[in-house]
Design a protein around this ligand. Sequence first.
Ligand code: ATP
Length: 636
Amino acid sequence: MSQEEVSSENISYLNPRVFSILAQNFPTNNDEVAVPDISSEEGNFLRVYLRIKKAENFKHVYAINNNTLHCKVPPANKIVKMYKFSKIFGPHATQSEIYNDVVLKKVTKFIQGINCTLLTYGSSGSGKTFTLQGTPTEPGIVPRALEYFFQTLPALPSKPHIKPTPSGGIMKLSSSESAQERLTVTNLMKHSGDPAQHFRTYSVMQQHLKDNPVGVIDDDISDVHLSVWVSFAEIYNEHVYDLLVTEPKRGHPRKKLRMVYFNNNAYIKDLQHINVSSAAEAYFLLRYGLQNLNYASTAVNDHSSRSHSIFTIKLAQASDSKSGVSVSAFNFCDLAGSERLKKTNNVGDRLKESNNINASLLVFGRCIHAVRDSQKLKNSQLMPWRESKLTQLFQNALLGNESISMIVCINPAREMFDESQHVLNFSAIAKDVAVERQQPIQRLKINKFDKDSVILEEDLTSSLEELHNYLAFLCNEIEQDGLNHTEYLEHITSTYKKMIENTKKVWENTCKDVETCIEKHNQELLQSSTSPIKSRKRKKMSVVCIDTSSDEENQVPNKTKEKRKQKGSQELQKQLCQLQMERDANVVELENLSARNKALKVDNEEYQALQKERKELETQTVIEEDILADLNRYLH
Ligand SMILES: Nc1ncnc2c1ncn2[C@@H]1O[C@H](COP(=O)(O)OP(=O)(O)OP(=O)(O)O)[C@@H](O)[C@H]1O
């Protein structure tokens, strides 16, 4: 069967099993199904590698063998500290050596269906980005992995038929959805300025990847449907952004994304996963995202990343004959550099970034510490995963449920000694973290009873799972919306109250002013009628008044009295006009607020409807669970 033909009955919204279909097709020594073991050849601990950046005249840091680093503590150089690593790469190590030793096997595991994470950690300017991305002439780990990955896979269909869901399942795409998915890359290319330039850079890089190894999949996998997706996220100042979106319109801020939980796994809601069919396309998206990253010049690196970035490749696999689907992800995470505020001389925005970077790295360190301690002491202490976005995302990997490695980068220059010490101490703790063995494959049990019952049981299990998933999703949404809704309602009500109080106060004050003026003017008029000289002097004062005195009482000449009356009433008129305008503006504002209030009521109704739907779903779930239990009892 060709990649283009997919039978819609067999692929639906399914949850993946742990290992992929392709895992069965990698050559093995003894014809057994290859069940990859993430811990066997790596020992049971997190793999931590060290890369020492090129630097001149450094003598206090040196590797005594492939795994051990000695560090003389200045100024006396008498104390020597020793650090152990999975492997140390000295200043002359090439990009390809690092890729082959650290990443190559992981890409194979990734194709076999295992989730993999690779982090680079180190102080600012120590070479993290260089190690991951490299340059067109010295390509780093990510472009090398992409090249290997796409050369190992069979040719992909021109349009994807399956897509991973955010919760880790797979959905089947209709032909229009499939076409729509392909449009996303084309649109980004249109927005990227000069796509030809990009492909020129790519071909320069490819020239330097001629010796990159290629994997082989022996078996016939023509009935396995494959699709590849990439995403690129940035965590900047503790906010998450999608790097693969077109720039927002001028004056519009970038959209902040939310972290949500599904089955205790955090994922970034609304982060785009873009379908790619070749290494060239994936490399284009990588470069596109890198352009959108936050960089700035600091005293230690003139092109310093001010955020953590996570480039993810997802492989979705579905087979009609081999039963089941699989989704695996490979995360490449470039952590922002830890920095000493004194050394970087940061102020203003840079200082705020530094504080956020250091704070999230601190939580990262505390989590690693807590995992290590709880493993050593065999206790289950509370871990501060939720204190930073970074640790929320990598909780599962750091708990040992994925294949995870870290490349620690240091700049061995004398003036960077303090930073390097800090990084090395951190890596010593990280290296102690145990990685647990992954769970064996969970297959759907095929029953010995008649075929219809088996199908019914499978259908029911799958629909129940869907129902559970949807319920969890709905609960999450309701929780989030409920929070926003209440906050918004409170905000609008308090604004409303404040505005009404303000309007009242302004109106009362104005009325008081007018009354005082009238009183004053009347007194003046009374005085001027007894003393004409005084009244002439006072004429210069600007007093707004209403003349209430009668002709008989008034002793001033009629003309002067008439003029005063006119002037007084003109000014009063003016003031009244102004007040009228103010009141009109307030009325408009109040109308606006009423409209917003009405909208909120509509929102509220929708909220209530959602709650109702949730209740119905809960009832339905209970009923379906009962049916399933009955069925199970009947079957077994
Ligand atoms: N091993 C290396 N060989 C050659 N150049 C290197 C090496 N490591 C780093 N560099 C160069 O050093 C400079 C800083 O490196 P890089 O930007 O990768 O640091 P970083 O750790 O990512 O810093 P930040 O955390 O501030 O972003 C870059 O110009 C990079 O090309």
